[in-house]
Design a binder for this molecule. Structure first.
Ligand SMILES: C[S@@+](CC[C@H](N)C(=O)[O-])C[C@H]1O[C@@H](n2cnc3c(N)ncnc32)[C@H](O)[C@@H]1O
Length: 242
């Protein structure tokens, strides 16, 4: 595992553990973020364009998807059990149902230029090949359309150490109590937290992949950074040299 990739064996084990989080996901997330996760999700919502089809990559149990009931929405996730929980939860609150599709960020089952925006909340750090996933996002976005990501990046290594302590000791103890087992799935979330890079690592990666107007805001150091970037408009390259 490094800042760009997770090996296939580790990723498979991570996914197995993510599936185990389903019954307690929202509860532990709220605790881990001191109740701030809802505010961060709202910040993502406010950055999405007001119209058009949204793709959420790594929708999990539908925590964000249920916050946008009136938008045209497709949700992608590799775990069928996540999709099934999300579909019931989200579509019970919608007049026009959202679409739920099994797949990964790295190999999306969509036509080129299908979406007006793409978002990913607390999932990007689980992608097994982040650069390939961002390339796919660029492919399925319409020209000029935007991607918004939120995930817990570090600012530097020292900061990463305190984040690790927080996840291991504070969140780990709570997860142990709630899950009732010592070997709880949040151990895997701590691993992906530790290996996830800095805010700047992913600004650079988005630019290298071809996004323009890339910027990041550290919303809560070590817990939430929001990255935004757009696909170049038709006929415009990624920089003045293209
Ligand atoms: C921690 S949950 C996030 C759930 C939700 N987006 C939220 O706002 O809380 C992470 C999700 O990312 C998904 N995921 C992991 N690897 C992925 C990949 N390569 N492509 C797309 N989704 C992935 C997992 O299956 C999981 O459901």
């Amino acid at each position: 595992m490094d800042t760009e990739r997770i090996g296939i064996e580790d990723w498979t084990e991570l996914q197995r553990n993510l599936e185990l989080t389903i019954p307690v996901y929202d509860r532990i997330n709220r605790f881990a973020t001191l109740g701030q996760d809802k505010r961060w999700r709202e910040m993502v919502r406010s950055r999405l364009p007001a119209e058009g089809h949204i793709l959420e990559v790594g929708c999990g149990p539908g925590t964000f998807a249920e916050m946008i009931p009136s938008r045209e929405l497709t949700c992608l996730d590799p775990i069928p059990a996540m999709l099934s929980v999300a579909e019931k939860r989200v579509n019970s609150k919608r007049e026009r149902p959202a679409i739920f599709i099994e797949g990964t960020a790295e190999e999306m089952p969509f036509e080129d230029e299908s979406f007006e925006s793409v978002c990913s909340l607390f999932s990007f750090r689980d992608w097994y090949d982040k650069r390939a996933g961002l390339g796919e996002v660029l492919r399925v976005l319409k020209p000029g359309a935007k991607m918004v990501i939120v995930d817990p990046a570090k600012m530097n290594r020292i900061h990463g150490f305190f984040g690790w302590l927080w996840m291991r000791v504070w969140v780990g103890a709570y997860a142990r109590i709630i899950c009732g087992v010592k070997d709880h799935p949040w151990k895997w979330l701590t691993k992906t937290y530790v290996t996830f890079g800095t805010t700047r690592d992913y600004v650079r990666m988005m630019e290298e992949v071809g996004f323009v107007k890339v910027h990041a805001k550290v919303v809560f150091p070590g817990m939430a950074t929001i990255w935004e970037g757009s696909k170049p408009e038709e006929g415009k390259g990624c920089c003045s040299n293209c």
